[in-house]
Ligand binder design. Sequence first.
Ligand code: NAD
Length: 330
Amino acid sequence: MKYLVTGCAGFIGWKVTEFLLEAGHTVVGVDNLNAAYDTQIKRWRLNQLEGTPNFHFHRSDICERDVLRTIFEPVSTRDTPTFDAVINLAARAGVRQSVENPWVYVDTNVTGTLNLLELCREFEVKKFVLASTSSLYGENNPLPFSEEASTDRPLSPYAASKKGAESLCHSYHHLYGIDVTIFRFFTVYGPAGRPDMSAFRFVQWISEGKPVTVYGDGKQSSRDYTYLEDIARGVIAGLKPLEYEVINLGSDSPIVLIDTIRLIEELVGRKAELSHQPFHPADVRATWANIRKAEELLGWRPQVRFRQGITALVEWYQTNREWAKHIQTD
Ligand code: NAD
């Protein structure tokens, strides 16, 4: 099979691409390698993929539709359809940053998704996968969040942009019969994770003896941390025909923020120096996934427990510490 993976140098896109290549598929990867966070880590991930047979990388922007079209255009008529599926993992991610620059979130997450859907229509790609987020559930739903919960009150431009992307996916499914699977991921963590997210930051900050910024008191907020490889397996399981589905990929096992810090302290062997900041109004206090639908439709369950996954992240950090300690985290 031949897949287009956008955001292939990103945290999740890298692992999905790796698993697809390992399974013998061809992957055309697109990423603009933007500087939303330190690009060293994107280059490291890309290095792991480059040189793999059947991996073709385009440094392109999903907002540039005409450039994207050249990637979809078949080399010969025998090549149609161009892709068996488009997996759209490119996005501006991050809740607090979306408050600073909401335009780039709407451009990338809404218009970028629209560009890809249009090209799927034009080139008759039958399957589209969208990365969406647990942030859509906001503050007003009972825990654990099921896919039917309300997503009417996004707390951040990031969540609002993902709601827009989800809505466009539904329109394109309805109008053109494109098979769409939307995954709402819950706080993904693991080796080579995002330096703008808590797990990576806590590991770097505690390892290097830097103050650990905590929004709020650390006891009131919790996250349903989900291991990278579990997420990638879920995305790949969702490539089968499903018509139109929205599916949570989470751990069904929320962890309180301060307990994450305590675990990392234990694994790193160093105490954290906490620096408390006010809780940010764009942040959701608690996330917790109901994963029954993923189990029923995909036979998917997370395999990696939190301690095991954080241990893998700490080990990755220690192996790569010489350069990873310089990664910018703000
Ligand atoms: P990431 O930022 O590491 O990866 C996104 C990649 O997309 C980056 O490499 C970036 O350079 C690329 N990109 C951004 N804008 C682009 C553009 N205009 N054109 C081409 N490439 C572009 O983020 P991630 O954590 O891997 O997230 C992947 C997807 O999953 C995103 O859609 C994100 O919103 C979603 N998601 C992630 C999490 C999480 O916990 N990591 C949770 C919920 C949802």
